[in-house]
Design a protein around this ligand. Sequence first.
Ligand SMILES: [Zn+2]
Length: 219
Amino acid sequence: MEQIPGMISNPYHPPAPGYDDPHAGIDLADRMAGSQVALQGKAVQAALSGRVAMIVHDRFPFGNALVIETPLEDLPADWWPAANIPTPAPTLAPRSALTCPANLQTEMGASAAPGGRRSLYTLYAHLQSTPAAWQLGDQVACGQSIGAIGETGNALNPHLHFETRVGPAGMQMPGMSHYDSGARPEEMAAYCLWSVSGLFQLVDPQAVLALPAAQPGAP
Ligand SMILES: [Zn+2]
């Protein structure tokens, strides 16, 4: 945990509602000692236990990525106010700066039941290889190795993009992609849902890493 500040190569700079930039997560890089050269291959450990909610196979912009869902009731109750999670859950952002599929509203309306249970979702992106071993719903233990630092997707150098959001419990999505002519409508819908719909509320990743059970992204 004490190594985390030194590993941050690009800090959290939360986007305004409806936007996906400047930076919705933190980037963690494994730099060669005494230099700025970032290395691939270091094991990425799950910061929290939970279940696999999304698997992305080398798609732009997140590359190979995994999303893990942790129910809020599994986290310390006094962490909620510290993490500034709005209560009750917000309504959906009416417009987005992105091009999003027209059926998104319907899809979101079905899953955004007011007063429903919520979960913390943690995204691990730009992993070195396709997380082929994982299936949706798989249980992940805190500290378990879930992949290796890579530079797949929208990454100019090897790093882990770690992004944390609170959203409706039980969400499972087949994958997400955007900014790519090959992105399928359902992948774009999932990206819009995750990044700009307002359904998944951003939480400062360092507030998540400060949780008692949380571990650094790499040993
Ligand atoms: Zn990033």
